[in-house]
Ligand binder design. Sequence first.
Ligand SMILES: Nc1ncnc2c1ncn2[C@@H]1O[C@H](COP(=O)(O)OP(=O)(O)OP(=O)(O)O)[C@@H](O)[C@H]1O
Ligand SMILES: [Mg+2]
Length: 239
Amino acid sequence: MLELKNVRYTYPGTDQPILKNLNFEVADKRIGLIGANGSGKTTLFHLLIGLLNPDEGELLLHGQPVTTKETLRALRKEVGFLFQSSDDQLFSPTVIEDVAFGPLNLGFPPEEAREIAVKTLHNLGLTGFEERITHRLSGGEKKLVALATILSMQPKILLLDEPTNNLDPKTRSRLIDILKGLDQHQIIISHDWDFLSHTTTILYEIAHGHIHRCEEDHVHVHRHVHKAGDHPHHHQHSS
Ligand SMILES: Nc1ncnc2c1ncn2[C@@H]1O[C@H](COP(=O)(O)OP(=O)(O)OP(=O)(O)O)[C@@H](O)[C@H]1O
Ligand SMILES: [Mg+2]
């Protein structure tokens, strides 16, 4: 449904492309995206949402190139993007205004937009946050409210850029339950392997400007006990 075809992208003022010969299709329901810091994961999301335009190649939605304002609007309606930094996402004075903003923008009347926002907050366990001042929320609270601003628009695809940043173990595991309960396609960038093992079934890695599917890495859940308790941690797979 959403696809990048033969894409190359170079940041202005730099001479090396960050991504080259990139082919990527959102075909599977739960995709994990890994890669070293600076490998181009966030850049890939920016290309998928049309925030950046490729030097070469194209972005397709349902097989149609996204080139005009109208096709870009259609794309933004279908794809919800959770920014790596919540401060880039939240801009209204109160939580309810931020979460109602999307539905208002989609044309819902104010009363209905508010109802959708209240319901979305409720589904995320954020009832009571409606009148809170957005910029005074904690990092983890901001992350969940940012997720609410996206879900209130009922997108078909969710792009989540490091959603577990700033989350304590309890909130992180609540997020796992929330994401598992959603029906949308999800692509999740994370360095949190254990989180990906719970939320995704297929893994892609970006390295040296290329993306490849990790055929040999099977994302799976395993249970065990650590001295450090239930804090998020990584597992390196050697084969
Ligand atoms: N506007 C910009 N101009 C020039 N270079 C940029 C710009 N934005 C990002 N870059 C560079 O592009 C590379 C890829 O950045 P990107 O944010 O996509 O990495 P990432 O894989 O998301 O990393 P991280 O895991 O740290 O979030 C980095 O080296 C970064 O410094
Ligand atoms: Mg990033």
